[in-house]
Design a protein around this ligand. Structure first.
Ligand SMILES: C[S@@+](CC[C@H](N)C(=O)[O-])C[C@H]1O[C@@H](n2cnc3c(N)ncnc32)[C@H](O)[C@@H]1O
Length: 285
């Protein structure tokens, strides 16, 4: 009997050959490298799609998805399952201190002096469930003077469709909200009491944000941004994929604009002409 199980049960795993095939396919289409140690995690996540689709084995499922277009519903659902969406508001507090006290302060000063229009375009690339976008919006609402007279556009993109649906829904549990200052949660979120309370972002934040599905391995054709967040996503890519992603992202940071990466993202060698401002912050010439 081969190790290929039909109707895989809890605990059944892909064979090594299947793991490699799945990993290669995921890499080719998303740039994400799934290391061999994650075989059991990969198996669990694929098993969820087998249950959802009724397809009766790892091999049959592979043969189904390998032919699918990137926009096919099942491919999109598979990618949503296979990717890691861990995120929360005010993740990496030091960066949010910089965002409020330096970035927004500088933007406000430049606008007051007439050195720039009161406009701000910010992109959260790989925004997952939108926590980063609503943190950006809440900081703007809290500290940017006369922000209602500014044209603010915060774009959140992600490859995961389920994550984006949650982002549109803008409702967060206690875990996601744990670092949000009380004054912010009171002002900018509506609390729903219950055994597991949730908070929904108010309109004032939601009207600044839009979400769309986008694969970072492909170019995004939009007007460049003042600031781009690329956090906790490049860690899933190898060097060639990282390079591709950063080339696309780099084109969307306007001259004199900024790219903010996760502290462990290892991007500094790949950023060419960008000036390093902090270990996690880079400025275009
Ligand atoms: C761990 S979350 C990070 C969320 C947020 N940036 C943060 O730092 O809290 C990583 C996100 O990257 C997304 N992702 C992975 N590969 C992607 C790709 N090729 N294109 C766009 N998004 C991708 C996943 O769907 C996931 O939601």
């Amino acid at each position: 009997m081969t190790a290929i199980a039909t109707n895989p049960q809890v605990g059944d795993q892909v064979t090594e050959a299947q793991r490699k095939k799945y990993a290669d396919l995921i890499y080719k289409k998303t740039g994400i490298r799934i290391p061999s140690q994650k075989k059991s995690l990969m198996s669990n996540r694929i098993r969820r799609r087998l249950r959802a689709t009724g397809i009766d084995g790892f091999e049959t499922y592979f043969n189904t998805i390998r032919k699918l277009d990137s926009n096919d519903d099942e491919w999109v659902a598979f990618v949503q399952e296979i990717t890691t969406h861990e995120t929360y508001l005010f993740r990496d507090e030091l960066q949010w201190d910089w965002f409020r006290n330096t970035f927004l302060h500088d933007m406000a000063t430049a606008a007051r002096r007439g050195e720039r229009e009161p406009e701000l375009r910010i992109w959260s690339a790989a925004c997952s469930t939108g926590d980063e976008c609503y943190t950006i919006a809440a900081c703007i609402a809290a500290v940017l003077p006369n922000f209602s007279q500014w044209k603010i556009e915060i774009l959140g993109t992600d490859i995961g469709i389920g994550a984006l649906e949650k982002a549109e829904h803008a409702t967060f549990g206690e875990r996601a909200m744990r670092l949000v200052p009380d004054s912010y949660s009171r002002r900018f979120f509506k609390k729903h009491d219950g055994s597991e309370p949730t908070w929904t972002a108010k309109e004032i934040l939601r009207e600044m944000t839009t979400f769309r599905r986008h694969n970072l391995m492909e170019p995004l054709r939009v007007v460049p941004f003042d600031l781009v967040f690329v956090k906790n996503v490049l860690i899933y890519f190898d060097s060639p994929s990282k390079k591709t992603v950063l080339e696309h992202v780099r084109k969307l940071v306007r001259p004199g604009g900024l790219l903010l990466a996760g502290a462990a993202e290892g991007v500094s060698d790949l950023l060419g002409d960008l000036e390093r401002v902090e270990a996690w912050l880079f400025k275009t010439p």
